[in-house]
Design a binder for this molecule. Sequence first.
Ligand SMILES: *[C@@H]1O[C@H](CO)[C@@H](O)[C@H](O)[C@H]1NC(C)=O
Ligand SMILES: *[C@@H]1O[C@H](CO)[C@@H](O)[C@H](O)[C@H]1NC(C)=O
Ligand SMILES: *[C@@H]1O[C@H](CO)[C@@H](O)[C@H](O)[C@H]1NC(C)=O
Length: 610
Amino acid sequence: MLSLLGLFIGAAAAVPFEQQPLAPSDGTAVIHDLAPQTPLGALSGASSQGLRGRFLHITDFHPDRYYKAGSSLEDDSCHHGKGEAGYFGQEGSQCDSPLTLVNETFRWIEENIKDDIDFVIWTGDSVRHDNDEEIPRNLDEIVEMNQYMAQKWIDLFGTRKPSHSNGVAQLSVPVVPTFGNNDILPHNIFRTGPNRWTKKFANVWNAFIPEDQRHSFVEGGWFISEVIPGKLAVISLNTMYFYESNSAVDGCKAKSEPGYEHMEWLRVQLQILRSRGMKAIIMGHVAPARSEEKTNWDETCWQKYTFWMDRYRDIVVASLYGHMNVDHFMLQDSHDADVDELSKTSGGGTVSAMSKTNYLGSLRKQWADLPTPPKGFFERLDSLTETQGKKEKKREKKMRKYLKKIGGQWAERYSVSLVSPSLVPNYFPTLRMIEYNLTGLEQVGLESVEGQTDLPSDSEVYVSPAADAQVKRKKNKKGKKKKKGPSFELPRPPSSTAPPGPAYSNQALSLLGYTQYFANLTRIDEEMQCNKNEDPRVEFEVEYTTSDEVYGLKDLTVRSFLELAIRIGQDGDISNKKKVKVNEAWRAFVERAFAGYVDVDELDEMNLVH
Ligand SMILES: *[C@@H]1O[C@H](CO)[C@@H](O)[C@H](O)[C@H]1NC(C)=O
Ligand SMILES: *[C@@H]1O[C@H](CO)[C@@H](O)[C@H](O)[C@H]1NC(C)=O
Ligand SMILES: *[C@@H]1O[C@H](CO)[C@@H](O)[C@H](O)[C@H]1NC(C)=O
């Protein structure tokens, strides 16, 4: 395997860098200022403290107690020999994280963001890789390391009296974990539950899994946590059952498969949330990547997931993943969800550093094929109905035609999955603060969320092809021998009068933006060498915000991401020298994918980015 990273070790990124404060938001700061400083305990803590409108997404810690600073980088483990391995980890390597980095990360969170967040999304892989034949992993190490990590959160958010509920720690802020493909042994292999992993982790995570979810968790390793009581739930998927590399299971089509059962469970949860007037954030470890270069999930699981996301588009706020260590996002196209077929294709394998750039390239290719909007479409969209005059009429017609293609004014044809880069310094260690809309939630628990007022001006209700097919099938039923339909209960679509969901139109709970943080281990290491610092620290700094000049996302709705994807997919060569137009969005996308570690100019020179 040709490692791109090898080529860049020591090659400092020469990208100009701008520090930015957390994007200010509508009054969230005020709410925070008024919040009492003492956590009041339990999951209801969120409401009693007043919401801050932010949460943390952190993933792929990969703590490794065998990591040795000053060891050799040669075998990618940083366990042996003499060499360059850094004190806080080795940026740009395949080595895992030393506990010094884990400790410093929690210290930084405590000192800088602990009081600014409402909950934590923690997407797995909380133990080292199995990459050292001399020290193979065992069950005890995996469980103990996960216990260590769980304890870190309990130390951070535990309230003073862990009294009631049989000694289970009470947290001031809900933390929602999920299984990573390395949190089990052998890695990737996760059998139907209940199994020893679901049983062990039910204990390891007992401070995070709500009491009434423990049974469900032991059954399949999945659960739901109401992070804002009565308003917002986080659904922790066990993506091991969807993962191509898990050879112990086989997709989501057959009733006997845990993947099938998991999708049924997900459908029921979303249906319940709908009936309760609640919304959901979906999270998991392995992201539903599906491109020419990379497929993570079994196709039948991807099909169902995409269909579910389409049917519950009024409920799902966002979907957040880890595993890939590369900062990016993906679009799921509901036109690709074919419930009748649910056919099985294969793909997969691990992503090498080299194929990561190919993977990003394949995303760009996908996005280049997105329906091309008329000129100025996104800028003009909000004033669509105010247009008059002949010329305007013509333009309006074009716009409406385009709207039809993308599923109406809110681009409901698509759903989005966000992938956060890792804490383990494959590039630089990172973490992500996500901001959401608090409108109407200031008095959560006392009042219900205000209903939507901004109905689509067009009031054209989007019907996905999959939904269409379902209707036709129902009609066929009355005829003679109908085509055999799917073996599962079809999820119900939103009611035809339901306003667009928070993933589509900016409203209470919609994601507004995120701030991506990273720690420049190269600089920290240099500073340690120079002044022989007695008390070395890891400080995270802002890498970028989604509302900055390049991305310019005014919120994180699907339409905003669609617009960005279209921009990234557009022509324009990354190379300046040939005097071709530079696509700044694509350039930033690649640079951010690698947390600013890799110099995009060099990638360009090597023709890896095109
Ligand atoms: C990490 O922190 C724990 C206590 O919080 C401490 O016992 C341990 O020695 C620290 N480990 C390292 C490697 O700094
Ligand atoms: C939050 O949603 C409301 C609509 O419910 C909207 O008016 C407001 O502008 C949104 N806030 C932000 C900061 O986007
Ligand atoms: C990280 O620090 C090094 C050394 O100070 C510097 O050359 C490099 O530009 C920094 N990288 C980023 C992304 O800030």
